[in-house]
Write a protein that binds this ligand. Structure first.
Ligand SMILES: *Cc1c(COP(=O)(O)O)cnc(C)c1O
Length: 458
């Protein structure tokens, strides 16, 4: 008999979770104004809100925490992080920040000016927020294939080179501070970018003399997909692939809460000393001194270890197989999701699951609430609420896709939890005829409204 696959870790510490009743959940979600961010964690049975900072650290990471050096300047933890960034990503200069959006805030304070254009592949929400906050504009150049959830394409995060070149030709280079490539592309479904595409974008960028920024939160998952799907990379290690990927970047921002498997942290890295110096000034203003930038020494230590563990094949294989396992259950139940399954999450196609809820009434958000009511699973809307209003017209922006993201925290849940998630979605799917109305917004913030939006049931 063929020996089945099993996880590449065993469990040393556990945290109890509790199932609630349907009545409790009805009450709690109403109190949360039908915003899943408004729930308390003990009101949630399986938390798939995000894979950001919610993973389980290893014994090695916890051991590194005990060795954290909390010196204000020049701590050994800073140098551990510097060494890991140089060895794994190849950058000489870096600045720690408290998380990914802080890295964006600091770097974009140097680079992004009003009227600027930042082309890229489906910019992440905080990235887009930091661009638009500076009165600049993000232009999405993702390949069209990404908008068809049922189409199998190995690299749906790729940038369409024609779309990109049109942008580069249309605007003077002074107006384009950088090209932003998100690896993996979170917003289009955790979809990877191929090595070939990274290389071609870099070539085009050089032609127009524009730097390339990698928004790198899930760079290791991207490398795993390159290994699995791109010809010529089968026999390379993840670390070899990562080094090659980053050759095509001039700078990077990182949310370490993702592929560096820590609970908090981020950084900026670059090759240009002048840029580093300019960013360091903003880092000192917004985050902290150059050698800690909003992070404690212990967290920098855990991050350095996490970068190493996060780029090991066995770890990534366990993680991405779990996402694929959940996908296989959804296939069995006929539930549509962004295909093929991404690295960190399943993105359920809400328009295909709740066919009777109109787009004006937020079908993906409605599906998220039904899933919570079903069994206490917390997911997140990646649809019209997240897409927010157009900064100029203030009209709702309807994205091509209306998705419900089920983000899987790293090393946190077992496949039994995946079974519960799949069965719960199946139950919602089976009663979709009874779900005909969605929600109405009663309060929203002027920017990044999804975090604090308040809703009313229609
Ligand atoms: C999470 C994320 C960010 C923002 O990072 P935070 O640590 O949440 O501030 C930016 N870009 C991408 C692609 C991300 O996934």
């Amino acid at each position: 008999m063929k020996i089945p696959y099993a996880e590449s870790f065993k469990i040393k510490m556990v945290e109890p979770i509790r199932r609630s009743t349907h009545e409790e959940r009805e009450k709690w979600i109403k109190e949360a104004k039908y915003n899943l961010f408004g729930l308390r964690s003990d009101q949630v049975f399986i938390d798939l809100l995000t894979d950001s900072g919610s993973g389980a650290m290893s014994d090695r990471q916890w051991a590194a925490i005990m060795l954290g050096d909390e010196s204000y300047a020049g701590s050994s933890s800073y140098f551990n992080m510097k060494k890991a960034i140089k060895a794994i990503l190849g950058f000489d200069y870096f600045l720690p920040t408290h998380q990914g959006r802080a890295a964006e805030n600091v770097l974009f304070s140097v680079l992004v000016k009003p009227e600027n254009i930042v082309p890229g592949n489906s910019h992440f929400d905080t990235t887009k927020g930091h661009i638009e906050f500076r009165k600049a504009r993000a232009v999405d150049c993702t390949i069209d294939e990404a908008n068809n959830t049922q189409l199998e394409h190995p690299f749906k995060g790729n940038i369409d080179l024609d779309k990109l070149e049109t942008v580069l030709r249309t605007y003077p280079k002074e107006q384009i501070p950088f090209i932003c490539i998100t690896v993996t592309c979170n917003t289009s479904g955790g979809q990877p970018v191929s090595m070939q595409n990274l290389k071609e974008v870099n070539t085009l960028a050089k032609k127009y003399d524009i730097p390339v920024l990698f928004d790198s939160a899930r760079f290791a998952e991207n490398a795993y997909f390159i290994k699995k799907r791109e010809k010529g990379y089968e026999d390379k290690t993840i670390k070899e692939i990562v080094r090659e990927m980053f050759q095509y970047a001039d700078m990077m921002t990182m949310s370490s809460k993702k592929d560096a498997i820590v609970n908090i942290g981020g950084f900026i890295a670059c090759r240009n000393e002048q840029l580093f110096k300019e960013a360091a000034t903003f880092n000192i203003m917004f985050e902290g001194y150059i050698t800690y930038g909003g992070m404690s020494g212990r967290d920098m230590n855990a991050l350095a270890v996490g970068l190493d563990e996060g780029t090991e094949f066995d770890y990534l294989d366990t993680r991405i197989r779990q996402v694929a396992y959940l996908a296989s259950k959804l296939d069995e139940y006929g539930i549509a999701y962004q295909r093929p399954a991404g690295g960190h999450a399943i993105f359920v196609d809400a328009l295909k699951v709740l066919r009777n809820v109109s787009r004006e009434e937020f079908p993906a958000q409605t599906l998220g609430i039904e899933l919570y009511l079903e069994s206490g699973i917390r997911s997140v809307e990646i649809g019209t609420i997240l897409a927010d209003r157009d900064p100029v017209t203030r009209e709702n922006r309807y994205p091509q896709l209306e998705l419900l993201r089920l983000a899987i925290p790293r090393r946190t849940y077992t496949n039994s939890h995946m079974d519960v998630i799949a069965a719960s979605l199946k139950n919602v799917y089976e009663r979709q005829d009874k779900i005909t109305r969605g929600f109405r917004i009663i309060y929203e913030a002027p920017i990044m409204r999804h975090f604090t939006v308040e809703l009313e049931r229609l």
